[in-house]
Design a protein around this ligand. Structure first.
Ligand SMILES: Cc1cc2nc3c(=O)[nH]c(=O)nc-3n(C[C@H](O)[C@H](O)[C@H](O)COP(=O)(O)OP(=O)(O)OC[C@H]3O[C@@H](n4cnc5c(N)ncnc54)[C@H](O)[C@@H]3O)c2cc1C
Length: 239
């Protein structure tokens, strides 16, 4: 059935005693913290979850734990982590890139098994539900008729091609904004993100389940990004 185009490694610990702003998600990036992607600190009721994810090649032989340690001991932020105590840890692969053929006779791959996680955030729960929304009607009707041949499954799964295209677009935009950038370029990008008019655009257009539409809007409407994109041969993105 094929293999997911990318496999990331995700690692997360649960901690008590974190000193952060109430109900804020914090994100960190850079070569020493989360090369190519990002690390997060997310409130979870009385605890927080700290994690990072990366493409295995970008880990360059280091473990995800070392990068989370780097974050917790970074001179700029270590005061926030001083009173933290770990209560649990999670680690797992994140498959981001729909497999070539997520169906067969009487078979359907769903969620992570189909490689549906988002290349931009690693989130796989939203896309799993989106897949179910797209297929449930056709699939229930086919089950009622016991019409589940490979040819019928292919037809039922046609709407997934739209998810595949969206995933490819998100990956290209992620690479453009974050993954293929040096720390100095990332700094420059985040200075642009922090401009009031760009924050306004992000607040208006941003939808974590549909990252490609915000990415495209940033390329089209923020002159600094437009210039960099055109230089990088991203003209096809404007089509
Ligand atoms: C550290 C980390 C943090 C993450 N954070 C987020 C997040 O914040 N938001 C988000 O959306 N996603 C997140 N994800 C991704 C998310 O966890 C997955 O995308 C999601 O769990 C996929 O759901 P699933 O049902 O497709 O697969 P799974 O959750 O992997 O479920 C598959 C189930 O099938 C069972 N199973 C396997 N083989 C068999 C068998 N032969 N017989 C019976 N049962 C079997 C497994 O035990 C498992 O319970 C994170 C992943 C990691 C690693």
């Amino acid at each position: 059935m094929g293999k997911p185009r990318e496999w990331m490694v995700g690692f997360q610990i649960e901690i008590t005693g974190y000193e952060g702003e109430d109900e804020w998600l914090e994100m960190y990036t850079g070569r020493d913290i989360a090369p190519g992607l990002f690390a997060w600190v997310i409130p979870n009721g009385e605890t927080h979850r700290i994690g990072m994810w990366a493409l295995p090649d970008d880990l360059d032989g280091h473990s995800c734990e070392e990068f989370v340690d780097n974050l917790m001991n970074h001179p700029l932020w270590r005061h926030k982590f001083e009173n933290c105590r770990e209560t649990a840890r999670y680690c797992g692969p994140i498959p981001a890139g729909m497999v070539r053929r997520p169906y067969g006779e009487r078979v359907l791959l769903v969620g992570d098994a189909a490689g549906l996680a988002k290349p931009t955030t690693g989130g796989g729960i939203g896309p799993g539900f989106q897949q179910v929304d797209l297929l449930s009607e056709g699939l229930s009707s086919a089950i009622s008729k016991d019409a589940l041949s490979a040819r019928k499954m292919k037809k039922i799964c046609r709407p997934l091609e739209q998810m595949r295209r969206e995933q490819q677009r998100s990956r290209a935009l992620r690479d453009f904004f974050v993954t293929s950038r040096s720390d100095a370029e990332l700094h420059q990008h985040f200075e642009i993100f922090a401009k009031p008019e760009v924050i306004e655009l992000i607040n208006f257009q941003g939808d974590i389940e549909r990252p490609a539409s915000l990415g495209l809007a940033l390329l089209k409407e923020v002159p600094e990004f437009r210039k960099i994109a055109l230089k990088a041969g991203f003209a096809m993105m404007f089509g």
